[in-house]
Design a protein around this ligand. Structure first.
Ligand SMILES: Cc1cc2nc3c(=O)[nH]c(=O)nc-3n(C[C@H](O)[C@H](O)[C@H](O)COP(=O)(O)OP(=O)(O)OC[C@H]3O[C@@H](n4cnc5c(N)ncnc54)[C@H](O)[C@@H]3O)c2cc1C
Length: 351
């Protein structure tokens, strides 16, 4: 039986950053990913997606992000950069391999995939924080509108002609609502109060926070708690704010129910729509991990700074894994360094 030091599940930015540090430490490893090409999780997002982080914040350790460092890359540029990153460092990887089950027996991890079984002394789960599309349960009677989750949204041509309702208080909801508002009437359902920050102001804040060491402040420290408050309900870009001000986008509260084409909101107001886009986020989906203590009752990973209570098991790329930067490209390198250092020490101790 060929037992590797490490199996990395997921070849997105988090898995690749982990691979970089595994290679630096001469560990034997393999990255497994279900997609056809590196970068597909970015490619599959909506067509007009432009990052809110400048190119100088979009590099992984050891390879600069090409292009104007003060500009904002498209999602396809990020996908191309990740593909280049993997080939630049010649990482061992196997694509089109879906991991179906993770078990641990006799101190060895067994990874069952649709292309056979793999074994390793340690496993890094890098399957992304945005896993299972979440749509809230609302009362429905004979819904006659077309409905999609934001993860299925590509561009306006895909959306049924007529009024559209975008539901969600995050950046995806904001960007989709703005994009659709140039061709149709858009209503945005917000279930919380949002704050707006311009791209330039965000960049200045990020620079300042980095200088003060706050960008990587641990989530449970007082600085980390301050960062959680600062980053909550923040919409990047002022387009939505301006469109709301000029009544080009109408804001309504939470959706209470849908009846045929009529949507009823919490404040009892109603509208008729042709389509609803649920930009309501994602839930974790780690039900393929069959190891006691690895996940909680919501199928979310149990960990401290990415280190699982299960010896040899690590997570990377989780929201607020260690700090506000953990889910961003600019933060994943530091987290990967920490978990691979810990993993390496653990492997050396047990050898
Ligand atoms: C709309 C949107 C905009 C964003 N904009 C920014 C931004 O501007 N700047 C920024 O820094 N961050 C941004 N982010 C956040 C973050 O950078 C991305 O979500 C990024 O894709 C996370 O990378 P990841 O490697 O953790 O996960 P992913 O990119 O999701 O990669 C996970 C990989 O795991 C694979 N996988 C999953 N399950 C399995 C399995 N069972 N078997 C095998 N393979 C599997 C997938 O195929 C995928 O390749 C944005 C996120 C979203 C959703």
């Amino acid at each position: 039986m060929n037992v590797l030091d490490v199996l990395i599940i997921g070849a997105g930015q988090a898995g690749l950053a982990a691979a970089y540090y595994c290679k630096q430490r001469d560990l034997t490893f393999l990255i497994l990913d279900g997609s056809k090409r590196i970068g597909d999780s970015w490619r599959n997002r909506y067509d007009s997606l432009v990052l809110f982080t400048q190119r100088n914040r979009d590099a992984l350790p050891g390879l600069p992000f090409p292009g104007d460092q003060r500009g904002y890359p498209s999602k396809n540029e990020v996908a191309a950069y990740l593909k280049e990153y993997a080939s630049h460092f010649s990482f061992p990887l196997q694509l089109e391999t879906n991991v179906l089950k993770l078990e641990k027996r006799g101190g060895i991890f067994i990874v069952t995939t649709d292309r056979g079984e793999f074994h390793a002394s340690a496993v890094i789960v890098a399957t992304g924080a945005f896993q299972k599309p979440y749509i809230p349960i609302v009362k429905r009677a004979r819904s006659a509108v077309s409905e999609i989750h934001s993860s299925q949204y590509k561009n306006p041509s895909q959306i049924t002609p007529g009024n559209v309702l975008v539901v969600g208080s995050g950046n995806s909801a904001a960007q989709i609502a703005v994009e659709l508002s140039s061709t149709r009437a858009v209503t945005l359902s917000l279930n919380k109060k949002v704050r707006f920050i311009s791209n330039a102001r965000l960049e200045n804040r990020l620079t300042l926070l980095q200088k003060l060491g706050m960008l990587h402040a641990p989530r449970d420290s007082w600085l980390g708690k301050l960062m959680q408050r600062f980053s909550r309900n923040l919409i990047v870009g002022l387009e939505l704010k301006n469109l709301i001000k000029t009544d080009r986008i109408v804001v309504r509260p939470e959706v209470k129910s849908v009846d045929h084409s009529k949507v009823i909101f919490k404040d009892h107001t109603t509208i008729h729509v042709a389509c609803i886009i649920w930009a309501t986020g994602f839930t974790p989906n780690m039900n393929w991990i069959a190891i006691d203590g690895a996940t909680d009752s919501h199928n979310a990973p149990r960990h401290t700074s990415g280190i699982s209570p299960v010896s040899g098991l690590y997570y990377i790329g989780q929201r607020w894994q260690r700090s506000v930067a953990s889910e961003l490209i600019c933060g994943v390198g530091a987290d990967a360094d920490l978990i691979v250092r810990t993993l390496d020490k653990q492997l050396r101790r047990s050898n």
